[in-house]
Design a protein around this ligand. Structure first.
Ligand SMILES: [Zn+2]
Length: 159
């Protein structure tokens, strides 16, 4: 039977109260597996280069998104690059206001196409600019787990 009146409590019409057990296994994929293993074990960044259009993908891909060539050339990339774009987050994932905003940036590593999305550190929000040179700060080797969080943050490059 269809409801004839506008629901007064919308959540009753749209929500089923209860629990559904869900289980997920997320894999990094072929290229991501190698990328994170190299970061964990050697603290190095890897990308893949397209033999046809010469784009260097970081994070790596196994197929070129432009010409669909198979990518089999693995290249070490320095853990430094530039801020491609950035934003400030004033609230955490639970909606609590942060005392200091997180600076989230897409960092394009040197010579690479694409970028690594991560936090910036050792810098104030007002000092960040697009094109700013930055470098990765990694966790100590014994604390790395093979995830993006093996990078603590990117900071302005020290020269
Ligand atoms: Zn290509």
């Amino acid at each position: 039977m269809l409801p004839l009146e506008k629901p007064q409590q919308v959540h009753r019409a749209l929500a089923w109260q209860g629990e559904i057990p869900t289980y997920n296994i997320y894999t990094f994929g072929i290229a991501g597996e190698r990328f994170f293993r190299e970061l964990k074990e050697h603290g190095r960044f890897l990308g893949t280069r397209c033999p046809a259009c010469h784009l260097l993908y970081v994070p790596p891909r196994i197929y070129c998104e432009r010409c669909f060539a198979s990518l089999e050339e693995w290249v070490e990339v320095p853990g430094r690059g530039t801020v491609f774009t950035f934003t400030l987050a004033y609230y955490d994932l639970d909606g609590r206001r942060l005392e200091h905003p997180d600076i989230l940036a897409l960092v394009r590593l040197e010579g690479a196409h694409g970028g690594v999305l991560h936090r910036l550190g050792e810098v104030e929000p007002g000092q960040v600019a697009i094109g700013m040179p930055v470098e990765a700060v990694l966790k100590p080797p014994q604390e790395r787990r093979g995830s993006i969080l093996d990078i603590l943050y990117f900071r302005p490059t020290r020269r």
